[in-house]
Design a protein around this ligand. Structure first.
Ligand code: SF4
Length: 274
């Protein structure tokens, strides 16, 4: 094992720390609006698919959110989200392409009965969406070549939420894929009373500020790799999308290059917000 801190990229304030035969470890410092985020990150030395960096990007997002939550607590507020409260699991969840690929792999690895129950709920949800005239629109959204803005997608978000359909991954009001739930689900935390979340369209819900959105970062990184739009796929059709595009999730770059690309996108995101 080699141990010598060397600057990997002056722009990123990311230092090489050590390497083994299979992994390289970097020390990272990110100036988020919630405070400086410092982390050590290991990535494989070889070429990997972008879906392999999803856990580390989610981990960075969660660490940034913890900084935000600590600031909120110091200001006298607490997050009211608790296990068993799934009121927000009726909203349309956007998933980045790398997350869609990872979700597909993880669903395939579920024990048979669990996977069957999940696929049955997914089928019921898609049937209900079809009846409401929304399934085709969601499929179109997942395949569009146009770069959409938040404003473009908002009417779809509202139409979906109006159906109050429970997420197909929700089982007995708990997330059945909690450990690998999408980044967007991790980032929706509120400090207002939980009962206000029963109608998030009308009630004055207070969401916790999110230092950077991991699904957007992963989507921008994917767009840079593939030359397409920064796509966000609606969760109910994410497995279908990942099926259709399975051959695109090949080992594109080394772990270090993908880490650098992802961190650059975080910094771009933070610069645009400041
Ligand atoms: S994936 Fe899990 S946390 Fe996210 S909306 Fe669905 S049930 Fe809720």
């Amino acid at each position: 094992m080699v141990e010598h801190p060397t600057l990997l990229s002056p722009m990123l304030d990311t230092c090489f720390m050590r390497s083994s035969n299979t992994h390289e470890t970097f020390r990272l410092s990110l100036p988020t609006p919630a405070g400086d985020l410092r982390a050590e990150i290991s990535v494989p030395t070889g070429f990997i698919p972008i879906s392999d960096i999803v856990p580390l990007m989610r981990s960075l997002g969660e660490q940034a959110l913890q900084l935000e939550e600590a600031n909120t607590q110091r200001a006298g507020h607490t997050v009211s989200c608790r296990k068993g409260c799934a009121a927000c699991c009726r909203m349309l969840v956007p998933v980045s392409p790398p997350e869609a690929f990872r979700l597909k792999n993880q669903v395939e690895q579920l024990p048979g009965p669990e996977r069957d129950r999940l696929l049955e709920r997914l089928s019921t949800t898609k049937h209900a969406l079809n009846e409401a005239g929304l399934l085709g629109r969601l499929m179109q959204l997942s395949e569009t070549r146009t770069q959409l803005t938040d404003e473009d997608v908002e009417p779809m978000n509202q139409a979906y939420y109006a159906q109050r359909l429970p997420c197909p991954f929700l089982e007995d009001e708990a997330c059945s894929i909690y450990d690998f739930r999408p980044a967007a689900c991790r980032e929706l935390l509120v400090t207002s009373p939980a009962e206000l979340c029963l109608d998030m369209a009308r009630n004055p819900v207070q969401p916790l500020s999110v230092p950077f959105r991991v699904a957007t970062i992963l989507s921008l990184t994917w767009a840079k790799l593939t030359g397409g739009p920064a796509r966000l796929i609606p969760l109910p059709v994410a497995l279908d999308w990942a099926d259709r595009h399975a051959d695109e999730n090949r080992p594109h770059e080394t772990g270090k290059t993908l880490l650098e690309m992802g961190v650059e996108k975080i910094l771009e995101f933070l610069r645009q917000r400041s």
